[in-house]
Write a protein that binds this ligand. Structure first.
Ligand code: C2G
Length: 130
């Protein structure tokens, strides 16, 4: 049984999120997803997500290819999460290319190409125009 772990905010769910989750799952048998907490998101992006963390967690948990979800409280805790869930592979989109290479000592690290022309920021901007 090969366990894959991935992390993200997954705010205002879109096809890019679904694509990466499905492709992450296809790297193994079990997919664990760490959902960035509201506080972590504020620290990273200086704004709170549109959907609160418990709703983002429930939405991601309801997706067929996802086996387990948890709240990611800090970027620095990745090694702890990888060990806790006994993950063999860490998957991230290639906007994070190279950023998590330090975890290659404890698991395989795979960066997958992002889905082009879609992002939460782009959706928010588009809705504002309506
Ligand atoms: N993603 C993608 N294609 C897009 C948009 C996002 O493949 N068009 C991927 C990202 O590369 C990431 C995942 O979807 O792997 C989640 O994206 P975000 O919600 O933007 O996550 P982010 O805020 O980058 O948080 O610890 C890491 C962070 O928590 C990642």
């Amino acid at each position: 049984m090969k366990t894959v772990i991935t992390f993200g905010t997954f705010d205002v769910l879109h096809i890019g999120h679904i694509n990466i989750l499905q492709r992450a799952k296809s790297q193994g048998d079990r997919l664990i997803v760490g959902i960035s907490s509201d506080a972590l998101n504020f620290a990273k992006k200086n704004r709170y997500p549109v959907y609160p963390e418990q709703e983002r967690k429930a939405i991601i948990a309801s997706i067929g290819c996802v086996d387990e979800v948890f709240i990611e409280e800090s970027l620095e805790l990745k090694a702890e999460y990888i060990k806790k869930y006994a993950a063999h592979t860490l998957v991230m989109g290639n906007d994070w290319e190279g950023k998590f290479d330090n975890y290659k000592t404890i698991c395989e690290v795979v960066y997958l190409p992002r889905t082009e022309n879609i992002s939460t920021t782009q959706i928010i901007t588009q809705i504002r125009k309506y």
